[in-house]
Design a protein around this ligand. Sequence first.
Ligand SMILES: Cc1cc2nc3c(=O)[nH]c(=O)nc-3n(C[C@H](O)[C@H](O)[C@H](O)COP(=O)(O)O)c2cc1C
Length: 168
Amino acid sequence: MDTKVLHKISYGLYIVSSFDGQKLNGQIANTVFQVTSTPPRIAVCLNKENLTHSLVEKSGVLSISILEQDTPFKFIGLFGFRSGREIDKFAGLNYKTGKTGAPIVMDYALAYMEIKVTMKADADTHTLFIGTLEDARILKEGTPLTYDYYHRVLKGKAPKTAPTYIKE
Ligand SMILES: Cc1cc2nc3c(=O)[nH]c(=O)nc-3n(C[C@H](O)[C@H](O)[C@H](O)COP(=O)(O)O)c2cc1C
């Protein structure tokens, strides 16, 4: 078996955010995809160690900001390599509160979606959250950031908590 095949799967890059009444937090995720069209349902796969995972478990809602290709590496680092358990990622950030109550990151976002979780699949280290689309808005035109662009052009890596982590 050649596991390099897995590197050929295409993804985008997103910020998944949630809250627990007080704390707002978000994380980078590439594992976001549409599951059904009627009704529109979206899936997101989150590591159980992430603060965002516990906030989604508590609130049952999340937002997804679709990042633009020109998102600075530093911004991706803040959401993808740091935990909200140590820092306040939303301090000084441009965000708004969505229909569901979930915070929505507006910086470097081309569009956003809000999801109400209706199903979950336990995948040992991760949970696959599936939910219905509660709101969706385009913020500006532009090219979405892809996982491939992040690796190939920005020379970025994925941490151990990412479902697609590659041991080197
Ligand atoms: C390119 C990239 C892709 C990632 N994809 C995922 C993902 O799909 N699911 C996930 O749980 N973590 C993913 N991560 C890791 C989380 O963003 C990271 O563990 C984050 O620090 C968790 O933050 P939190 O503890 O504040 O929730 C990814 C990170 C990067 C840099």
